[in-house]
Write a protein that binds this ligand. Sequence first.
Ligand SMILES: Cc1cc2nc3c(=O)[nH]c(=O)nc-3n(C[C@H](O)[C@H](O)[C@H](O)COP(=O)(O)OP(=O)(O)OC[C@H]3O[C@@H](n4cnc5c(N)ncnc54)[C@H](O)[C@@H]3O)c2cc1C
Ligand SMILES: *[C@@H]1O[C@H](CO)[C@@H](O)[C@H](O)[C@H]1NC(C)=O
Ligand SMILES: *[C@@H]1O[C@H](CO)[C@@H](O)[C@H](O)[C@H]1NC(C)=O
Ligand SMILES: *[C@@H]1O[C@H](CO)[C@@H](O)[C@H](O)[C@H]1NC(C)=O
Length: 480
Amino acid sequence: MAALKIAGVLLTAASLVAAVPSPPLSTSVAETTLNVDVAIVGAGASGAYAAIRLKEDFGKTIAVIEKGSKLGGHVSTYDDPVAGKPFDFGVQSFNSYGPAEAFFTRLGIEFSPAPRVPLTQRFVDFKTGKEVPYVASSNEDRTAALQKFLQVSEPFEQYLLPGYWNFPAPADIPADLLLPFGEFVAKYNISAAVNQVFEVTGMGVGDIKKRLTMYVLSAFGPPMIRTFLGNGTIFTPNSRRNVEVYEKIQARLNSSLLLGSTVVQSTRSKTGHILWVRNHAACKYTLVRAAKLLIAIEPTKDNLAPFGLDKEEKAVFDKLTYQTVHAGIVTHPSLPVDVSLVNIPAAGAPTNYVELPKPDFNSRFDYMGQGADNFRVLLVGDDKFDTRKAKDLVAKNFKDMRKKGTLPAGGPDELTFKAWSDHGAMHMHFAAKEIKAGFIQRLYALQGRTQTWWTGGAFSHQFQAVLWAFDDVLLDRMLG
Ligand SMILES: Cc1cc2nc3c(=O)[nH]c(=O)nc-3n(C[C@H](O)[C@H](O)[C@H](O)COP(=O)(O)OP(=O)(O)OC[C@H]3O[C@@H](n4cnc5c(N)ncnc54)[C@H](O)[C@@H]3O)c2cc1C
Ligand SMILES: *[C@@H]1O[C@H](CO)[C@@H](O)[C@H](O)[C@H]1NC(C)=O
Ligand SMILES: *[C@@H]1O[C@H](CO)[C@@H](O)[C@H](O)[C@H]1NC(C)=O
Ligand SMILES: *[C@@H]1O[C@H](CO)[C@@H](O)[C@H](O)[C@H]1NC(C)=O
């Protein structure tokens, strides 16, 4: 006990950013010590890509600490034992942006344009279960609106992509970027594009009408618009298992990986960090001593608690708010094959395209094709929207549609959940007043502070390929 205490005191004194949790762990709890150049926390899109580049291109020694039992974060591939086929219900595809295609080639993964399951859309207000007389925009109008959207958003690309390195100083921020998206849509008459923006990826931002245009552009911006206009491709591995990307990375990182593990305590300083990494299944600790730290997880309060944030880090991260996302595969004989049941509020009919569901919502039941009875659901909520609430909402949506005759009766009362992923916090954002007070710059000024570097959705955008491009810039800065 005395030894524990002494170690705790010594560590606190050695650290610039103390805050060792109580009771502090001594270094002697660890059976193994790893000394590395860079410790990476999180092995999803941004962490796993950075790990490969640090190890293989920069020749750095690394330790990758990943909470899950495998790599890949939001990638969820369900290998259906009955259908004998894979079904991706998390990440759907990869964009031909930045290093994406070259990275697939490097990993030895053959790829081709993502197959599309042709679906007929039916529009239902999931709040009531009743079908709504909504008329989707015509292809011509949608294409024209997307072209206009690209034309008016392309000038901002330099400030936003693949990260906010060149974001303008508060006085110089173009007013359009801070407009609520509903106003931006009205200003440029692009409402015919909004449904597609929302359905594909834009829904992640939550209340899209109110969300600042710069954040909608981070969920569906110029690279995405270009692919929908035919400039660029959307692809998947030929295996049609998106998780293959991360299985390949896992095999290459191998002994650098600490899976099923989190950092539970740390001391960070300019001259090096000490991380207490706990493997939760084995109840074993590894001490990771690293010159630099790369944090590649969403910077929520809980996630960052073990890192003893300093005053400035705390002040910046405290201002970020976020949505939560869940995705799953459900099945029931009443769900229609070859159909996408799309959640559209009654107020959206017939052509009020900016009226879209507000959190917490389930956006759809999409038939997943390949002759199986799998339907994808995709939900967005506030910070308290957990798995139980999300599943309850899906079950309720389904029951209401049966009650109103939108779906046929018969079969079991409840639908079956076949697979589920709680994607947790996503789409972190500041309010307009904070952006005007310089918070984007303060967020970016954290890069390199106390030899701690940051990547992932909160610093860039919620796309695999964009995050990989962001990492390329970040690693040059980190090691340059
Ligand atoms: C349903 C869904 C569909 C999507 N579809 C697409 C798509 O089709 N195309 C596309 O490009 N993008 C898509 N995205 C977005 C994309 O996947 C994300 O933007 C990207 O994964 C974010 O990368 P990241 O590195 O920030 O986080 P993640 O990929 O989530 O990685 C974070 C990793 O850190 C781990 N972790 C979390 N907390 C800790 C902790 N405390 N300690 C250690 N490890 C921890 C997690 O287990 C995870 O592996 C989709 C996202 C979702 C949710
Ligand atoms: C707005 O766009 C629609 C097509 O979506 C078009 O019919 C209409 O003429 C446009 N209005 C203006 C003022 O440009
Ligand atoms: C396609 O997009 C790229 C930018 O990614 C641009 O340079 C090019 O001009 C575009 N091509 C067409 C045909 O629009
Ligand atoms: C590393 O490779 C070995 C041999 O292929 C394998 O048994 C082990 O599970 C791998 N470790 C990880 C973390 O992938």
